[in-house]
Design a protein around this ligand. Structure first.
Ligand code: UTP
Length: 401
């Protein structure tokens, strides 16, 4: 038993652990030993104020349309040369959807089976068919869904994708605490741990030894995308071509906000550097501000589809991101050992966010896509950004569901 851990438990006065100090189960001990204890220091720390925001320009639809064929050609050339890979972020828990398996295993079909993973692979195959080659796909899972995800792809024969081009890697976990900083137990023999957000993906990829593979294969660009958006184009040659042409080290697919108050982060500049301002960080004046053409100044919503230059990722991987503290509902054992499933948020989780990586870039190309054609996120079961809205959009776009 590690004395160092025991001392930490004592000095931070851990309510749920201190009673059983002589007898901490092996798994909990190992979780405590491997845990980043500095998370606890963040709880009472003041949130670092944001810098000065200003609008950013994006490559808009008309400009993309006018140059589409040359951009596409440039992008396809890079893809055919094996310089582009795709990273699917699938480690989230998708609590809002209320589906107990990995979100990608959700059947979005109506009259037939069409899993979210399958739809994403279908989208990728539009490009691989065009390019005449497969694109390496790295799928980030978490300890919670890794086994299920791998088995699901195997069972479904990778939905027609060449499995030699697909690799999985597992992201790190972070603890959850109550609002006083007490680490929560999810069972007698385990802390309540959850995936550490979508911002740690490149470091998790390095940890899994896959950066060596990127080097060996000569991969220079990574198209990182979330599991939610069933209409997104992946490794889109036009997007790749536009990014290469721009000379930027990163790019983000953006959609025009549906309205000034839409709950989506917007691409912008912060202290002159590319960044993302959350909808709740905008003053009403900023949210409504428009240019002379009537376009919202903070109106380019990010869609979690980014292209990063690998060289730059390696450079920034040495600097750590600061975790965000988010309030969530986390089931836990009381001091008496009773399991509580809270109805309201009761705990802090610590998450690294990919949006913070954008601020570490020297520049970023905003690349506009048509929201009705490329943005159908599945976040909720009903209502906005839900299974229902995504199904509607798939049908409008001619996908047989
Ligand atoms: P969300 O922000 O929607 O989080 O993730 P979530 O955990 O999936 O869902 P909710 O908030 O509980 O409903 C956006 C993307 O980031 C990935 C998700 O899988 C999704 O593709 N993600 C999120 C990770 O890969 N790891 C994480 O720890 C969190």
């Amino acid at each position: 038993m590690s004395n160092e851990v025991i001392n930490k438990v004592k000095s931070t006065n851990q309510k749920y652990l201190k009673k059983n100090l002589e007898n901490i189960p092996v798994k909990v001990m190992s979780q405590l030993e491997n845990m980043d204890w500095t998370y606890l220091d963040l709880i009472n720390q003041e949130v670092k104020p944001r810098g000065t925001f200003s609008p950013i320009e994006a490559m808009e639809l008309s400009e993309i349309e006018a140059n589409k064929s040359s951009l596409k050609e440039k992008g396809l050339e890079a893809i055919k040369a094996g310089k582009v890979a795709a990273i699917l972020l699938a480690g989230g828990q998708g609590t809002r959807l209320g589906f107990d398996k990995a979100k990608g295993m959700f059947n979005i079909g109506e009259t037939k089976e069409l899993y979210i993973f399958e739809q994403l692979i279908n989208n990728m195959m539009d490009v691989t068919n065009d390019a005449g080659c497969f694109i390496p796909l790295y799928i980030m899972t978490s300890e919670k869904n890794d086994k299920d995800t791998r088995e699901f792809f195997e069972e479904h024969n990778y939905f027609g994708y060449d499995k030699n081009f697909v690799k999985f890697f597992v992201q790190d976990m972070a603890p959850a605490t109550d609002f006083e900083g007490n680490l929560l137990l999810e069972s007698e023999d385990s802390l309540a741990m959850s995936p550490n957000g979508n911002g740690g993906w490149f470091n998790s990829l390095i940890k899994a030894g896959l950066d060596e593979e990127l080097k060996a294969k000569g991969i220079e660009w990574l198209n990182v995308f979330g599991v939610d958006n069933v209409l997104q184009r992946i490794a889109d040659p036009v997007f790749v071509g536009a990014t290469l042409e721009s000379g930027c080290e990163c790019a983000s697919k953006v959609v025009r906000k549906a309205n000034p108050d839409e709950k989506v982060g917007a691409l912008c500049l912060e202290n002159g550097k590319p960044s993302i301002v959350e909808y709740y960080e905008l003053t009403p004046e900023m949210a409504e501000a428009r240019n002379e053409k009537g376009t919202l100044l903070y109106g380019f919503g990010v869609t979690l589809n980014y292209l990063f230059k690998v060289e730059k990722l390696r450079e920034i991987s040495k600097n750590s991101l600061l975790p965000h503290i988010v309030k969530k509902k986390v089931p836990y054992l009381t001091e008496e050992g009773k399991l509580v499933k809270p109805e309201e948020p009761n705990a802090y989780k610590f998450e690294l966010l990919i949006i913070d990586m954008i601020y570490m870039m020297d520049n970023c190309l905003g690349f506009e896509v048509e929201r009705n054609k490329e943005f159908a996120p599945v976040k909720n079961a009903k209502g906005i950004d839900s299974v229902d809205t995504a199904r509607e959009l798939l049908k409008i776009n001619g996908v047989n569901i």
